[in-house]
Design a protein around this ligand. Structure first.
Ligand code: ADP
Length: 378
């Protein structure tokens, strides 16, 4: 059995472990929180800080292979493990680039990967010198996630909203569609590209509403986006599973927004809708097995189930029974004991015959299945 460790024990780790049983692996998880989603699904759980050098190094030392489910880990420890012959995927050199938005943007620029123009700012005060660059999006270098660490600066008055830390100030793109492409890369540099996923935003709330696959974009744009994605992951020179988020602008140009060097929210539908899921793909890459097919089995939509507004405490999933009657709807609950507004508690994938009623179906799922607190415990 190959001993494989995962840094981080959130829902991505949990879903990796769900399909680990298909592979000859003994699994290890390092995570600070014993009540994390991955705890009960791994063979060996270690409580500890994934950002601490000694903790990550001593965890990794006994393994054959180590991977991540979150970028904010101790890369120096991974570099040492790699130097000592442990298989580290993705490579620490890629993690170093990707975990800092400044380095990531600079990498795109250096390698001619199309991405919105940007300026590096070291402090909030420095924004005053770049009024002419607005409207722009200010993105904190390290530590942002799920839109936290991203601030739209429309005009001079918004400068006080900017980050007082090293950040990138990125030209506002004239976005038509936001898409994401998952891609698996093996040791030989062969790639398996997943069909693009399209993010659908709620126009009133300006928040991600749901995701669909396939994306409803012209085949010429798909080709362009796929070619950019392939070129980008080749430049990373690392095996792994990557999620490349892209903007298609109103003139049909494709720009890379950002990359995650791991499984990703935009690949969840792959469990039911694609021949090989993003999670299976990770094990296949780690074990150097054939990558397998990324063919779309059936069109799908995916919604995140997030904690309902006004509910904080032990979670109660209202409406589960209504969804479970539907044979093409698949519910995934992440095993988080406590809910709070906006916390990702699970997701639902619906397989579709066509893309005509996506919004209605997505809204039906969201209004039916709600992560609330248990009425009996109130
Ligand atoms: P996060 O990693 O926190 O999700 P992103 O960099 O993906 O942050 O940005 C979040 C959202 O902000 C994007 O999905 C997009 O809607 C918007 N956004 C980010 N960068 C730009 C840009 N340059 N132009 C226009 N909108 C942007």
């Amino acid at each position: 059995m190959t001993k494989v460790g995962i840094l981080g024990g959130g829902q991505l780790g949990r879903m990796l472990l769900e399909c680990a049983g298909q592979f000859p692996v003994e699994t290890y998880v390092l995570e600070n929180d014993e009540n994390c989603p991955a705890h009960n699904l791994c063979h060996h759980f270690f409580k500890g800080d994934i950002r601490d050098f000694e903790t990550v190094y001593s965890f990794g030392k006994k393994l054959d292979c180590i991977t991540i489910e979150i970028e904010q880990v101790n890369v120096e420890a991974l570099e040492k493990l790699e130097a000592e012959g442990i298989r580290v995927i993705p490579k620490p050199s890629v993690l170093k680039i990707i975990r800092n938005k400044i380095a990531q943007k600079q990498f795109y620029k250096d390698h001619d990967i199309p991405s919105p123009d940007f300026i590096i700012t070291q402090s909030r005060a420095a924004l005053k010198e770049h009024i002419n660059f607005l409207p722009a999006v200010h993105k904190i270098g390290i530590g942002g996630y799920d839109g936290k660490g991203v601030q739209l600066l429309k005009s001079q008055e918004d400068i006080t909203l900017g980050f007082d830390a090293p950040s990138v100030l990125e030209k506002m793109a004239d976005i038509d569609k936001e898409i994401a492409i998952m891609v698996a890369v093996n040791d030989n540099g062969d790639t398996a590209i997943f069909p693009p996923v399209e993010m659908i935003f709620d126009p009133a709330l300006n928040l991600l509403d749901y995701q669909i696959c396939p994306a409803t974009i012209a085949s010429s744009v798909i080709e362009k986006a796929t070619a950019i994605t392939k070129r980008l992951v080749k430049k990373f020179s690392s095996p792994g599973v990557f999620a490349v988020e892209l903007f298609v602008d109103k003139s049909g140009e494709v720009l890379v927004n950002e990359t995650a060097p791991r499984v990703h929210n935009s690949g969840h539908h792959s469990i039911e809708a694609i021949s090989t899921s993003q999670f299976q793909m990770v094990w296949q890459v780690l074990l150097n097995l054939p990558l397998g097919s990324t063919q779309l089995i059936q069109p799908s939509l995916m919604v995140n189930i997030v904690g309902a507004e006004g509910h904080s405490g032990p979670v109660y999933y209202r409406g589960l029974e209504k969804l479970s009657e539907n044979p093409t709807v698949f519910v995934h609950l992440y095993g988080k004991a406590l809910t709070k507004p906006g916390r990702k508690m699970g997701h639902v994938t619906a397989l579709l015959n066509d893309m005509t009623n996506c919004t209605t179906t997505a809204h039906w799922i969201k209004s039916t299945l709600r992560a609330e607190t248990n009425p009996k415990e109130k």
